[in-house]
Design a protein around this ligand. Sequence first.
Ligand SMILES: Cc1ncc(COP(=O)(O)O)c(C=O)c1O
Length: 479
Amino acid sequence: MERDRSDARSKRLEVFESYRELFASAPIRLMSRTASTMQSLGYDDLATAIGDLDWRTVPADDPEDPNLRQDWGSLLSTSFEHMGGWLCQLSPHPMGYNLDSLGYATVVRGWSEMWSHQLGLRFENVARATPQIFVFHGGNQALQAAFLGVSEARRDRVGTAEAATVLVPIPTFPCPLDQMALQGMKVHLLAPQDRGMDPDAADVAGVPEGTEIDGVYLMPVNNPTGRTLEPARLKAFVGAVLDRWPHAAIILDSVYVRLHPRDRELVAWYEEDPRFADAVIFIDSLSKTHGVTGLRAGALLTRSARLAGGIIRYAQNIMAGPSNAMQAVMLSLIAPFVTGDRELAEQRIRLQLRIGRHLQRRRRLLLRRAFMRYPNLLDHDQPLLPDPTGFDWEGSMYADLRLSDTCAKVADEAGVSPTVGFYLETGIAGVPLEAFCSNPNLKRHGLIVNDDDAGLARFQEDAKRFVRLSFGMTPPPRE
Ligand SMILES: Cc1ncc(COP(=O)(O)O)c(C=O)c1O
């Protein structure tokens, strides 16, 4: 028994050593690729803990929703078969592939109707008016377009002397930080006052006088914390930003909203203040709601003409984004919204919510197990868990656990971070919360405008005590 434990630990150490760099700072997609590589090398347990994001790994044994696997699977398989039919039609005349768009206008209509039907917000592309919907290769590319829109709007406003600055409440999804670094944007990292680390309107006052803000990046449902930002609080935060910087763009990364039972309510405030139409850019994706991360299907929705200039130019330059093949799959996935089949559209919305609930249940199950098996490695105070006893709350499929003093000590003795120490002891692998609170590429280029802020440094240091676990399409660690 003792011997097995020590074998498992040394194998974990071997895995960790071979992926030290990635483990410390890799964005999530890289982590999942790492997981696939490791699986092929036979290292099952880290791979299973991180998950390979493949829909086939969704277990069949969800007692609350035993048909989910079947319903979800058949939606995906029919959509991918639909692509096969489309390709068969094209293959006799391959020059047809030179068309960059077979159904772009219809795909756009699908997103338009899906938002209108599920979320009650209407965005439309109308002839001779500024487009309000842009479809891209996933939410991440839509984000890249949004940042280009922010930069171009700044140039239009004040010229090219200084790069745009984005205000980012942390902890935050790391990919956008990397994109901002690539685009040479400046970033003000906004540490939260709240124990639950939700952004709050009062935090805005902490940005020093004289700081110019051109855009904000934040999420109604947070990755990494897995928490839902109360809509009134989100509205107040957006209002506080616009009171101070009326020209600022607000990028709301909403890829988890359509999985959430309070979907409409989370964004309904958008209609309540006329300033929001000109400021807000929504980002959406099918990656999470349909479990198709690899498909790359996302969209940007905005009513702002002022922010659309850079986005339009970018979308035109890349031939409007989605390939024919991806348009075919996407069309099939969102077809009921295009055809106006209300009953089927409702069924699809219910399926998204069931997927959301399923992820929530997986999180509950795995957290319960982790707390039962490793009580001494986890702190009794868990400020980031909205439900630290039942482990059951609505939000994205993540949880940030605070590790105990014992865990920190064990890690210290092994010369690794608390997150890695926790992994070595348990086989449960996550990402240190610190990786969601800064970005090495922004730092390297001196792009973090408040990098010398002692309060920010303290917050980032404290974040090392938390591990971010993902309960996406992640199967439980093998015993
Ligand atoms: C908040 C957030 N936005 C965007 C994405 C990326 O979405 P996509 O796969 O569509 O690029 C993710 C994926 O983890 C995410 O968590």
